[in-house]
Ligand binder design. Structure first.
Ligand SMILES: Nc1ncnc2c1ncn2[C@@H]1O[C@H](COP(=O)(O)OS(=O)(=O)O)[C@@H](OP(=O)(O)O)[C@H]1O
Ligand SMILES: Nc1ncnc2c1ncn2[C@@H]1O[C@H](COP(=O)(O)OP(=O)(O)O)[C@@H](O)[C@H]1O
Length: 202
């Protein structure tokens, strides 16, 4: 652990404000949370594609991908999930500083960790999207065959089966993917960003 007392923040010459002035849009974190198979990656990819088509500077951080690199040392214990989300929150904060719209697709099962992620950026820069989907529907979709393995006891601490998921008490948006189409869900996220002037009429 670094000796924090001897670390002194270096103010960069080019600031966040400089980057904002040059851009047609603001920076923000669009944080998708939900069970495995709820549709986080599918939605985040579709939203990113929509934003990208509009010339917006975006980046997508996805659970499985980040866990093969930056967080390849972490597993699925509560402590590792917490550290996973802490690092992602930091990375997301850096992207916002660069004035990008960063989309994150992590189960992020614990409310305290999601709240800490929100605190990492300004109030108007964080949008929590609860990708809601009944567990039975996720189990039926089972896009990666993981529920089958978890139910057979081949994966320990699997979210929704043997590890908890805390529903967000006050998300900025709820998308129920068992009832809403992908197009509808995508449009709702875009509308949220427009309404909050992150995109469109900054
Ligand atoms: N035990 C266990 N529990 C939950 N998920 C598991 C587990 N083991 C592997 N996987 C796969 O890892 C993906 C979840 O990683 P995350 O980084 O999003 O998880 S977390 O936020 O730290 O809880 C998750 O991806 P998604 O299905 O996209 O959610 C799974 O593919
Ligand atoms: N309305 C919807 N929105 C998003 N995904 C949906 C929807 N309806 C069905 N799906 C399907 O559900 C699955 C969700 O998988 P994925 O996006 O990988 O979920 P997660 O990232 O939450 O694990 C995909 O196969 C997707 O095609």
């Amino acid at each position: 652990m670094a000796d924090a007392e001897h670390i002194i923040w270096h103010q960069t010459t080019v600031t966040k404000t400089d980057r904002e002035r040059r851009s047609e849009h603001g920076g923000a974190v669009v944080w998708f949370t939900g069970l495995s198979g709820s549709g986080k990656s599918t939605l985040a990819n579709r939203v990113e594609h929509e934003l990208f088509k509009r010339g917006i500077h975006t980046y997508l951080l996805d659970g499985d991908n980040i866990r093969t690199g930056l967080n390849s040392d972490l597993g699925f214990s509560a402590a590792d999930r917490k550290e996973n989300i802490r690092r992602i929150s930091e990375v997301a904060g850096l992207f916002v500083d660069s004035n990008a719209i960063v989309l994150t697709a992590f189960i992020s099962p614990f409310q305290a960790d999601r709240e800490a992620a929100r605190q990492r950026v300004a109030d108007d820069e964080f949008f929590e999207i609860y990708v809601k989907c009944p567990l039975e529907v996720c189990e039926k979709r089972d896009p990666k065959g993981l529920y089958k393995k978890a139910l057979a006891g081949q994966i320990t601490a699997f979210t929704g089966i043997t590890s908890p998921y805390e529903e967000p008490p006050a998300p900025d948006l709820i998308i129920d993917t068992s009832e809403q189409s992908l197009e509808e869900g995508t449009q709702n996220v875009i509308d949220l960003l427009e309404k909050n002037r992150v995109i469109g009429n900054k």
